[in-house]
Design a protein around this ligand. Structure first.
Ligand SMILES: [Fe+2]
Length: 208
């Protein structure tokens, strides 16, 4: 009697094994998006996680400050420890700090344009950057790249949820699944307790 009950329990457990961890946690991966032509060819001297303030400069970048934070998670919902996360974006005038950028000399030199950090053991990351602006042919977006210590690689882009330009943006429109879109849509909120006039958003990044 004892033995058969134990066997029954073992059998019930075994039937759960084929469940993929992603299904068990209910997470879908952040979709991959093109890197685009403006990933830095040379990294700035200051490449910390505060893109609004360049070390050694008094001026703050033009534009609306955005506190972008979240966690880097695996498909199983667990924080990814030891991941390098990078972001890059154009300045408030729509100009990247990049050799292929026409009018680069007019860029806001007080904007860092690129930043990186290693996520902590709890998977958390945070950047102080700008609310992205549109430039010719693209709706506002922030480029993001994650490389985990275990070898996962992801390149994607974050958009502003509800921006009317998104539906005209070929890269964004390439995402058909609304759950994938949700992974890259930033919902902006005011951040009165954090920084006056700034906005904030939380974006968890799920890497496969
Ligand atoms: Fe871009």
């Amino acid at each position: 009697m004892k033995t058969s009950r134990r066997l029954m329990i073992a059998g019930a457990g075994a039937s759960l094994l084929p469940l993929h961890p992603a299904l068990a946690a209910g997470l879908i991966a952040t979709p991959s998006q093109t890197e685009g032509p403006f990933y830095p060819t040379a990294f700035p001297a200051d490449m910390d996680n505060d893109l609004v303030q360049v070390r050694g400069q008094a001026a703050r970048a033009m534009g609306t400050v955005l506190h972008l934070e979240g966690r880097v998670l695996g498909l199983n919902g667990r924080p990814v420890d030891g991941a390098l996360i990078e972001i890059w974006q154009c300045d408030a005038l729509g100009i990247y700090d990049h050799p292929r950028q026409p009018g680069r000399e007019r860029r806001d030199s007080a904007f860092q344009g690129y930043g990186r950090l290693m996520v902590r053991g709890d998977g958390r990351y945070s950047f102080r950057t700008l609310v992205p602006v549109a430039y010719a042919g693209r709706s506002p977006h922030i480029h993001v790249k994650v490389a985990s210590a275990t070898g996962s690689r992801l390149t994607s882009q974050f958009y502003i949820a509800g921006d009317p330009g998104n539906e005209r943006d070929g890269v964004f429109r390439g995402l058909r699944d609304p759950r994938q879109r949700e992974r890259v849509e930033m919902r902006l909120a005011s951040a009165p307790g954090v920084e006056s006039g700034a906005l904030a958003t939380t974006m968890d990044i799920v890497v496969g």
